[in-house]
Design a protein around this ligand. Structure first.
Ligand SMILES: [Zn+2]
Ligand SMILES: [Zn+2]
Length: 347
């Protein structure tokens, strides 16, 4: 078990209290005296509301980048296709139309059948909006069809049992601050994955609180990127920046209302502060908004608040809200060691 240098224990009473109140799909049960019936009615209201509007958006074929570039394509919610060191990696891929009964508001920006051959899948935690079994099965099948080889998968400690019968080539569990190299055929393809701490919880149902949760920093091909997973604001952002110096940061901006949710999720302003705390990161890309109504804030509020805060801080040019299917590209490093970035939208 590696050192956990963050000042709070991962199964603290605080997190457990939030967990029992929020369950795995978060809906407003903040009134402790409300009856089970009232809670069910509230949940039903959220589910019914999610079915009221037609799903928006149209998937586009993903654009591919050169091996010395890094491409970050937003699939939707917390799902990303990351092209780094010539490899194709998915983080928290969820292509499902529904999470149990809750329907997504926007279609994924890419279809599974249009994905390039996937080398690895990284899962940040076992919550339904991050670990979707039907999506994972289809991703394995698609990669096998293209290349004959299934991807490897990396999960937090205690999550192996959920993925070990899906056909992945291998399953690797990581603890906070632990690193693993991804499989590589050549030295140029070498990528190191480090699991980073976060302030959240990992149970998929109610009693499986042994499951760890985290984020990842990927380093390879002269590039680096941080996907925080789900997290509240915490002083770990600073330490992640100091230890791993990620260049691009994918940070969550939704599911922050009512205020009690901020024990496990960042508000847009807190996510922006997390980005600044990282110190070295030059670009922030927003995630965890607009797809599943997990918080009670209006669906379009998180990006508006994020961009208003970024403007006020004078860093609006470094903060991106990508459309589903949109891609950010970090170009190859030049002789001076700096990179140029550009925004491309797949057509
Ligand atoms: Zn979560
Ligand atoms: Zn989530």
């Amino acid at each position: 078990m590696p050192l956990h240098p963050i000042a709070f224990p991962r199964d603290s009473q605080h997190d457990h209290r939030i967990f029992t109140r929020a369950a795995y799909i978060q809906f407003n049960v903040s009134n402790r005296r409300s009856s089970v019936f009232q809670k069910l009615m509230q949940l039903w209201g959220v589910v019914r509301e999610s079915h009221r509007q037609p799903m928006t958006g149209e998937p586009v074929p993903p654009q591919l980048v050169d091996a010395d570039e890094m491409g970050v394509t937003f699939i939707g919610h917390s799902s990303f296709l990351i092209q780094i060191a010539g490899r194709n990696i998915l983080v928290d891929p969820v292509f499902a139309t529904r999470l149990v009964l809750l329907r997504r508001a926007r279609k994924p920006g890419i279809r599974i059948q249009d994905l390039p051959p996937i080398d690895a899948v990284l899962l940040t935690h076992a919550h339904m909006d991050h670990l979707n079994l039907p999506s994972l099965r289809r991703i394995v099948k698609h990669a096998r069809k293209l290349t004959g080889v299934a991807p490897q998968v990396i999960v937090p400690g205690g999550v192996r049992d959920l993925v070990d019968r899906l056909g992945f080539r291998s399953v690797t569990e990581l603890e906070w601050w632990q690193s693993a190299p991804l499989d590589a055929d050549t030295p140029e393809q070498r990528i190191t994955v480090t699991m980073t701490p976060c302030k959240h919880w990992g149970a998929r149902m109610f009693n499986d609180t042994h499951r760890l949760y985290g984020g990842y920093v990927l380093q390879g091909g002269g590039h680096s990127i941080y996907h925080s997973g789900d997290t509240a604001y915490f002083n770990g952002f600073r330490e992640i920046g100091q230890r791993l110096q990620p260049q691009v940061a994918l940070l969550p901006i939704g599911a922050y209302y009512p205020d009690s949710y901020r024990g496990v999720h960042t508000s847009p302003e807190e996510a922006l502060q997390g980005f600044l705390d990282l110190g070295t990161a030059t670009t922030m890309i927003a995630m965890h908004f607009g797809t599943f109504p997990l918080g009670r804030e209006p669906m379009d509020e998180p990006p508006e608040r994020l961009m208003a805060a970024a403007k006020e801080a004078g860093i609006a040019d470094r903060v991106l809200v990508l459309p589903e299917g949109g891609m950010h590209v970090e170009e190859a490093r030049d002789a001076a060691g700096s990179t140029r970035a550009s925004l491309r939208r797949s057509a």
